[in-house]
Design a protein around this ligand. Sequence first.
Ligand code: SAM
Length: 277
Amino acid sequence: MLPEALPEISDTDLEQFFQILLTQYGYDFRGYAPASLKRRLGTVLRRYGLADMQTLNQRLLSQSDYFERFINEITVSTTELFRDPSSWAALRAQAMPPLLSLSQLRIWHAGCSTGEEVLSMAILLHEMGLYSRSQIFATDIDGYSLEQAQKATYPLRYKALYEQNLQAALPGVSLSSYAKEVGGQLVFSPSLLSNVRFLRHNLVMDAAFGQFELVLCRNVLIYFTPSLQDRVVTKLVDSLVTGGVLMIGTKESLFWCTAAKRLLPINDGERLYRKRQ
Ligand SMILES: C[S@@+](CC[C@H](N)C(=O)[O-])C[C@H]1O[C@@H](n2cnc3c(N)ncnc32)[C@H](O)[C@@H]1O
């Protein structure tokens, strides 16, 4: 059987949607890549049995308590522990060494989703003996994902994949040193989050909020138009100290970003860059 087609969304409907989010909620989605945004809006319409985009727009106008759930539904929260393991191995081997002698390591995960990337970093820092010197800020636009992230608890079905990614990223390190099965779930040690602060932050609307030795913004830029990627990457690079490291997703690029000239590649294939003098 063919999957049911998603409802059509016109540019006029989309324009009205942008205006409602901007004026009623202060969220600007105009810089999100339209094709994938329309696809996700179509999925929301189908899930709720809404006839068309006008009905969704009406709902957003009249039911402000629906907005939080909507943000969760419209964003893509896909993530993994040690996602793209070779990037983590390169981060450790090639990007971290100059940071080892620092007395503090401030790290920002921009778009941390449900927290697996933050736990990966915490495990890496533990393994390198750096965790106690580290202060980690983990932010996302989506409050539901942030709530999940703070629980550090995941369905057991991910265990094999997480074990495999961890082995590929940090050979010899066992997942059982950091997580255990409790009540049919995979629960990470709370000590991994003791130096982590989770905060709501919108990369499009909110100002940068500190200076960091390491900024990770992975698999977030891919949902933005080139001009929004340019603006957001400028914000990320402004947030790095000289010599600080930027890590983006392996399927992302700095091609559109003027701030790229303020970076030197550490490993271009793994999307690791250092802020130049
Ligand atoms: C695909 S997940 C990536 C998670 C993780 N960084 C990784 O690579 O596995 C994208 C995340 O970006 C967040 N996001 C989307 N737009 C955002 C924005 N404007 N500001 C902050 N986070 C945003 C989403 O809520 C989602 O959690």
